[in-house]
Write a protein that binds this ligand. Structure first.
Ligand SMILES: C[S@@+](CC[C@H](N)C(=O)[O-])C[C@H]1O[C@@H](n2cnc3c(N)ncnc32)[C@H](O)[C@@H]1O
Length: 262
């Protein structure tokens, strides 16, 4: 069964679809290129309302190809839910003749650090972290920083933290208690928490960030998640900045996350 999603998902998928071929071009000299989907899902999505079926991020990455024909040499799809992992493996049948992809069943905070032991720290590795909540623990992000990784992170903070502000889970997510006073202060909460997360990413060496991280809105203009892109190389930042400037999946200009002064 494909995952049923709102049409705002198309926007996130479009960003991945536009960026990955450029990533494969930029890393053409490397001996291998690796893709990790840390919250992979079942592989295909059904758009609520229209019933259209579209590829999810794992299949988009599997199909990604640079203009010169480079593809990811290895792809790892981590998925906790058994039904989704089964579905994803079924989706790969016939689509992955060279067996580049592997589905890893389990929790990202266990499986991702373990997986890194199988990848050379010098291999360019693109990691998409697309949770529904605040699942990736800071220690997992720290483990990624030792390798030549760049990260696209779905940052669903607003809803997740508002639902459960006292949770120890939030502290594990940020890897610090520093989120508490920002949350308690109330005003400008979302922008300050986002700034804290980005600052911590910068401390890990991900100094090239797309500053105008995107706010993706769901139905009813509810804030749903932010997309944060971080890299250790300036060219990646330039490319992602131009991708973020493209119209969204509905052909509309994307909105500034925090208008000036907020
Ligand atoms: C938003 S969906 C991913 C959608 C996918 N990126 C796409 O574009 O089609 C998040 C997925 O993460 C899985 N998940 C949730 N918690 C997880 C965890 N701790 N470790 C690994 N996977 C997890 C869920 O089962 C769900 O399939």
């Amino acid at each position: 069964m494909p995952r049923i999603v709102g049409d705002w998902t198309l926007d996130k998928l479009k960003i991945i679809e536009q960026y990955l071929p450029a990533y494969l071009t930029a890393t053409y000299k490397a001996s291998e290129r690796v893709y990790i989907d840390a919250f992979a899902g079942p592989g295909r999505n059904e758009i609520k309302g229209s019933g259209n079926i579209v590829n999810g991020s794992p299949l988009i990455a599997l199909n990604a190809r640079s203009a010169a024909g480079k593809v990811f040499d290895r792809l790892y799809f981590i998925e906790l839910d058994k039904t989704d992992a089964d579905e994803l493996e079924t989706s790969l049948v016939g689509r992955d003749p060279h067996r580049r992809a592997e589905v890893i069943r389990g929790d990202v905070n266990t499986e991702l650090p373990r997986l890194l032991g199988r990848i050379s720290p010098r291999s360019p590795t693109f990691v998409f972290l697309d949770p529904e909540g605040i699942d990736p623990e800071w220690e997992t992000i720290e483990a990624l920083a030792a390798s030549q990784t760049e990260l696209l992170i779905n940052f669903p903070l607003g809803m997740a933290i508002n639902r459960n502000p006292d949770s120890a889970k939030v502290t594990k997510y940020f890897g610090t208690e520093a989120w508490r006073p920002l949350w308690e202060a109330g005003s400008l909460r979302a922008s300050r928490l986002l700034a804290l997360y980005k600052e911590r990413l910068s401390d890990l060496g991900y100094v090239h960030q797309v500053e105008d991280s995107r706010l993706v809105k769901a139905e009813g203009n509810r804030r749903l998640y932010y997309l944060i892109f971080v890299s250790k190389v300036p060219v990646a930042q330039r490319i992602m900045r131009s991708v973020f400037k493209q119209p969204d999946a509905a052909g509309q200009p994307r909105m500034n996350l925090f208008p000036e002064g907020q």
